[in-house]
Design a protein around this ligand. Structure first.
Ligand code: IMP
Ligand code: MG
Length: 180
């Protein structure tokens, strides 16, 4: 595979679509295995997680599972602003339900932590988080995600839903920024 360029930055191939598909299946099996209630609510954190959520939700064979969406924004360019805005709120009543948050990536953990706090106020039965990617070296807040597709070093990546200022989400594979 070739390198790609966005906003003057060069990115090189990092995780292939086949590797992603394998980890999606593994994470789906872990969620199925741990599932105790029969009507879990998957909560996709837009925009970045939409592609992972679509694949993960289909891969989980839980007949009464439901999915809904919430929207956050914290990134500008290639770094977190540390200031998370809720752009589109949660409408469902989650009281007594098992909620599985679906994230594209957990970086500083700020988004994940704030979302967990917000959900816990609404008295769900449980809250767990599934993330495709996790940068353990960047985590500054909250608990690590329960389900992780890939642990990666603290480098900026794009593709498969992940963006650089709105672009590159439509790449089927994941690319990492090339260090000079
Ligand atoms: P956190 O609040 O710092 O954990 O960041 C969470 C959000 O930042 C993720 O849901 C992504 O939308 C975005 N993000 C973090 N790292 C990256 C990256 O390497 N590429 C693209 N987006 C990222
Ligand atoms: Mg995100």
């Amino acid at each position: 595979m070739d390198t790609v360029t966005y906003q003057g930055l060069t990115f090189e191939p990092y995780i292939t679509r086949q590797q992603i598909a394998e980890q999606v299946q593994r994470v789906a099996h872990e969620i199925e295995r741990d599932s105790t209630g029969d009507n879990p609510l998957f909560l996709c954190v837009l925009n970045g997680a939409f592609m992972f959520a679509a694949d993960l939700f289909r891969a989980c064979r839980l007949p009464k599972a439901e999915i809904t969406f919430i929207r956050f924004k914290s990134y500008e360019g290639t770094s977190s602003t540390g200031n998370v805005q809720q752009v589109m709120g949660l409408v469902e009543d989650i009281k007594g339900r098992d909620v599985i948050i679906i994230e594209d990536i957990v970086d500083t953990g700020v988004t994940a932590h704030q979302l967990r706090q917000l959900l816990l106020e609404r008295e769900p039965r449980s809250v767990k988080m599934a993330t495709l990617l996790f940068k353990p070296g960047s985590l500054t807040m909250g608990t690590p995600p329960e389900y992780v597709g890939f642990e990666i070093p603290s480098k900026f990546i794009i593709g498969y839903g992940l963006d650089l200022d709105g672009q590159a989400r439509n790449l089927s594979d994941i690319y990492v920024v090339k260090s000079e």
